[in-house]
Design a binder for this molecule. Sequence first.
Ligand code: 6CS
Ligand code: FE
Length: 305
Amino acid sequence: MLTPRDDLYPSRFGKNTQYLPRQDPVIHGDSAQRAGTGLSAEQLADFEKNGFLILDAVFTESEVAALRSESSELLTDVTTKNLKEVICEPNSGAVRSVFRAHKLSQPIEKVTNDHRLTRIAQGLLGDAVYIHQTRVNFKPGFKGTEFYWHSDFETWHVEDGMPRMRALSMSITLTENHADNGPLLLIPGSHKTFVTCTGETPDNHHEKSLRKQQFGVPSDEAVSHLIETNGIARAECKAGSVIVFDCNTVHGSNSNITPDPRANIFVVYNAMANAVIDPFCTQPPRPEHVCTRESIVQVQTQTHG
Ligand code: 6CS
Ligand code: FE
């Protein structure tokens, strides 16, 4: 039997779900760093309590239009080149995600350095940050399928070796995310508990999990328990918004059977002090385009808007 090394958040070891209390703060920054985020006291309190925050109209209409056309050019470009960064839908073959988007597209890299985002990431995480992962998630009309309920941190900890809960995601909406086109669903308050998962990580798990995740997802009982306790929040917002969510907030989204596409740029910031180490499972680390490991560099903030 495998014994977990010094592991604050052991998962995929036992047969039963465990509910372990979070061992890390939700907001890591001191008062000066919190002030540096530009968020109000109420927004900071909401993030601490719920594990997410929706910021409206962060990007202007023209910035969003430029990013949307950049993303569709990127889509055409990567599809013709058949790159490993491209993840397709399991059945239709439509493109679901393009990973390492900040290295494949300069305008997307510029967004990841934008002070409107980085000052929030740095202040909440209380440190300089680097990019753990980026992707554009396309959820095309009729064809986009769901993302099952999960905590990102569970995967990043077990498969990538992210030691502590000191990372967050930002989803930048390139289209409206309305009630019916598969918006992000979050369980408020779920970030305060680490829900362990069962089943050992299979070989080359990412090749399947990025299309349809079946390991590293909480049990039906655990999801029922979390939803009974906390309910579900739906991140409905216009294009140009930013959904900020903690690395351990349980979330997912439904399929998109409407004609309206949903496209979001997804950026994961991790504290420099929380850089990945060896995975907390017996599998080799996931590749660089899914998890930054070889090229960890501090984000240099730029002021654009
Ligand atoms: O694998 C990842 O890094 C992310 N993708 C999925 C489908 N689940 C965990 C995490 O959000
Ligand atoms: Fe996720």
